[in-house]
Write a protein that binds this ligand. Structure first.
Ligand code: SAH
Length: 372
């Protein structure tokens, strides 16, 4: 992807944020992200999110049906490992256009008992995307329920899946200055006409847990996401009490470290993150190390992360692709192979995307994580 030059247009959300900052001072990157994505009228997911080949960005289930089918079979296996409970939550966090859940339910038809026992819960804040999910899942025999927050999902054994959900959760950023750290905030440029990064005036409180001065250099950025930690803790609480597993799939890093990962995408191009809020998808890489620490502290078991390529291959990606290609024309078969390559090849989505699994204590190790 290339980076697009500074956008010239000003969005209504940008005007609101400029007024707010003039009145109250700079806001955190987390507050900026929360509004840019989730503002009830002007947030990107609320008013225009467009996912898929024609949209601003695309995701693995949008690229290849094999992704959702393999995950569907993984879920059926995990359910059997839980003792095939007669009633369980099948939860998806941030289901986008509903493609992944549709592919999961189609693959899971192999085990009618699984589908009969599942209560499908979709955690989605965007009314527009809920509507798309409803349309796409209309033909499946299961009627999904929607939740605004994780706490709305009833307590029960659960299988939870989150693909490209955690990267939308707001992060705070801290910048190393000469003699310490300052929070990186969103303020205004010199003309007070555009949003610009500024630094907080006072040192952040010690409980943030920033790296030692000796382990960083001036200009380094450190990121934290308390929202990601809170959702992970809620998942763990559900699983440790009622049993089950959660699969977290996203782009991110295995080890916590320094680096600015805030990014925006619009029309399949990288976009300056503070430009045109509400019209671009603003995300950050997921810190899998921090998630693992939360999972372990919550008393659940953390498996992985493993790379997406390795995970899909261990679930039988190549075999499934060849099965799908049988009986198809050359052009169609080529399309299936190209999609599978894109989601699994190391120089495509196979390495940057990671898969982590959260499991209830003393449950069997799920497929794909045996030696992870
Ligand atoms: N999982 C989908 C879409 C990823 S886009 C796919 O793989 O194609 C992110 C999704 O998360 C969107 O559905 C968006 O509306 C939803 N989302 C973002 N922030 C959210 C939040 N705080 N609570 C619930 N859903 C959220």
């Amino acid at each position: 992807m290339t980076t697009t030059p500074e956008a010239v247009e000003t969005t209504p959300l940008e005007e609101r944020l400029i007024d707010l900052i003039k009145l109250k001072g700079p806001i955190s990157v987390a507050d900026f992200m929360a509004d840019a994505l989730g503002h009830p009228h002007e947030g990107y997911y609320m008013r225009q999110a467009s996912i898929g080949a024609e949209g601003d960005f695309t995701t693995a289930p949008e690229i290849s049906q094999v992704f959702g089918e393999l995950i569907g079979l993984w879920l059926v296996e995990a359910w059997r490992g839980m003792g095939s409970p007669k009633s369980f939550n099948l939860v998806e966090l941030g289901p986008g256009r509903g493609v992944l859940m549709a592919d999961i339910l189609r693959a899971a038809r192999l085990r009618p008992e699984f589908t009969k026992s599942a209560m499908v819960w979709l955690l989605e804040t965007s009314g527009r995307l809920r509507h798309e999910q409803q349309k796409r899942l209309r033909t499946s025999e299961i009627k999904p329920f929607w939740a605004d927050e994780f706490a709305d999902i009833p307590p029960a054994p659960s299988l939870i899946i989150a693909n490209e959900f955690f990267d939308c959760l707001p992060i705070r950023q801290f910048e190393r200055i000469e003699n310490g750290w300052r929070e990186r905030l969103v303020g205004l440029d010199a003309d007070e006409k555009k949003l610009a990064f500024v630094l907080g005036r006072t040192p952040p409180p010690p409980e943030i847990g920033l790296p030692e001065i000796s382990e960083s250099e001036i200009g380094d950025i450190y990121e934290i996401s308390s929202d990601a930690q809170n959702v992970a803790a809620e998942i763990c609480a559900m699983l440790t009490k009622h049993g089950g597993h959660a699969l977290i799939i996203d782009y991110g890093h295995m080890a916590s470290g320094l680096g600015d990962t805030l990014q925006a995408v619009r029309g399949h191009k990288f976009w300056p993150p503070l430009s045109t809020p509400g019209r671009a998808d603003v995300t950050a890489h997921v810190d899998f190390d921090a998630l693992s620490r939360t999972i372990i502290d919550s008393g659940a078991v953390a498996h992985g992360p493993v790379t997406q390529g390795r995970f899909l291959e261990s679930l039988g990606l190549s075999l499934r692709v060849e099965m799908l290609c049988k009986g198809k024309g050359a052009a169609q078969a080529e399309e299936v192979r190209a999609g599978a390559h894109r989601i699994s090849a190391p120089n495509q989505m196979g390495e940057i995307f990671k898969v982590a699994c959260v499991s209830a204590p003393s449950s069997p190790t799920p497929a794909g994580f045996e030696s992870a």
